[in-house]
Design a protein around this ligand. Structure first.
Ligand code: IPM
Ligand code: SF4
Length: 428
């Protein structure tokens, strides 16, 4: 019987089959940030198990609140920092070199097709864009992962999402994933892997595939996955050139993580995006999605462009192309957080940062910050934010605040008018 991408990855990492449909797999990487890992560290220390399975496979970053905003966040950073130093974790990213975990780790080449990765963060599914199985876990699993380099999962069942057609102008990967979540609901993929395929996915860049996989968890999925192909190899080439010498050799090696034609899926969803509209969320759940056209009178107080969903270079490029030579509405506070220092620096070189600043946006350092309402743009009670992030939960960006999720293009257009706006108004 044929296998899905996730099944092939599980086979290649099989350690044990303790019971029924539970499988223990070995881990290629454990990613860490300063909000959840310190809880695991403190517990491991208290239990006399302050060890790591392999310091070279642990990658850590201070990203959620950086620079620290108060004594609590300073201590969270300190616990992670001291632990990284204590255990010789070389790939540790602190202020000045740090960025949003799900943007900086792929950028550094830490994700490869066929990898298994866990992290104490729900959007770990982002890394599935590289053909990896990457999942967010709780503290107990994180501790076991750090100590032993293994993790127990339910054997993966996958939903195949086949995306075809041609994306219209002004419609992006973010609109595709919002529309899918709107269709299947926040529990539509619970305990399943969403395997994205089809001509639209094949023609997406890695930045776009990361946007797609990033929100898999908002439909309840354990992970999102795109099979590795030449786009993946091109992205990773600087990191894998020495190993493979030719791209063909890399493709050949990674092809063992492409799905079989007769792979078995729990179900298949066909999406034709040819007539897709730009999408926006309207409520407190990511499946409450409407076309922008139905939301255009909605006034916003703040526009936030950033996060692990849409804070990458292509996102900033699209937003900047709309903001060029324009001013944002006086009533709007515009905030942009490039997701990593490299993105920031490239955005500077390419003139995007100047466009943001000239239009009236505040540019912050790379951080999660406003996305989860911890710093750099917390909303006041009753305020509304247009955001390129992934969660619109009640109070997510500040108590009593409302978040509308959308693409960077829609966010930029919205900043100019102060009301939710179709970016086609400004796109050529
Ligand atoms: C802080 C962390 C545990 C959390 C998550 O897991 O998703 C955060 O990244 C978020 O997006 O809310
Ligand atoms: S950018 Fe937002 S969603 Fe992503 S990891 Fe940070 S807080 Fe979570």
């Amino acid at each position: 019987m044929g296998k899905t991408v996730a099944e092939k990855i599980f086979d290649a990492h099989h350690v044990d089959n303790p019971s029924g449909d539970i499988q223990v797999i070995s881990l290629d990487a454990v990613f860490c940030h300063e909000i959840t890992t310190p809880i695991a560290i403190n517990d491991l220390v208290a239990r006399g198990k302050d060890r790591v399975f392999d310091a070279s496979k642990i990658k850590a970053v201070i990203d959620h609140v950086t620079p620290a905003k108060d004594s609590k966040t300073a201590m969270q950073g300190k616990i992670l920092r001291d632990w990284a130093i204590r255990h010789g974790i070389i790939d540790f990213f602190d202020i000045g070199r740090n960025g949003v975990c799900h943007a900086i780790f792929p950028e550094k080449g830490f994700v490869r097709p066929g990898y298994t990765i866990i992290m104490g963060d729900s959007h770990t599914c982002t890394h599935g864009a590289f053909g990896a199985f990457a999942a967010g876990v709780g503290t107990t699993d994180l501790e076991v992962g750090i100590l032993k380099g293994v993790c127990a999962f339910k054997k993966p069942e996958s939903i195949k999402v086949e995306i075809s057609g041609n994306l219209p102008g002004g419609v992006y990967a973010k609109d595709v994933i919002l529309s899918l979540i709107g269709q299947i609901g926040v529990n539509g993929a619970t305990n399943k892997v969403l395997e994205f395929c089809g001509t639209v996915v094949e023609s997406m860049t890695m930045d776009q595939r990361m946007t797609l996989c990033n929100m898999a968890v908002e439909a309840g999925a354990t992970s999102g996955i795109c099979a590795p192909d030449i786009v993946t190899v091109d992205y990773l080439w600087p990191f894998i050139e020495d190993e493979f010498k030719t791209k063909d050799a890399a493709m050949e090696a990674y092809s063992k993580f492409t799905p079989d034609a007769d792979a078995v899926y729990s179900n298949t969803i066909q999406m034709d995006v040819t007539n897709l509209q730009p999408m926006v969320t309207y409520g407190y759940k990511p499946d409450q999605v409407k076309p922008v056209a139905e939301m255009i009178e909605t006034k916003v107080d703040q526009v936030y462009i950033g996060s692990c969903t849409n804070g990458r270079l292509e996102d900033l490029e699209i937003a900047a192309s709309i903001l060029r030579d324009k001013k944002i509405a006086d009533s709007v506070r515009g905030i942009v957080s490039p997701a990593t220092p490299q993105i920031y620096s490239k955005a500077l070189d390419r003139g995007f940062i100047k466009i943001f600043m000239d239009s009236g946006f505040c540019v912050t350092n790379p951080t999660c910050g406003a996305c989860l309402g911890m710093s750099n743009g917390v909303l006041a009670d009753g305020e509304v934010c247009a955001a390129t992030t992934n969660r619109n939960f009640n109070g997510r960006m500040g108590k009593g605040g409302m978040v509308h999720l959308m693409s960077p293009a829609t966010a930029a257009a919205t900043a100019i008018t102060g009301k939710i706006t179709n970016s086609r108004l400004f796109e050529g």
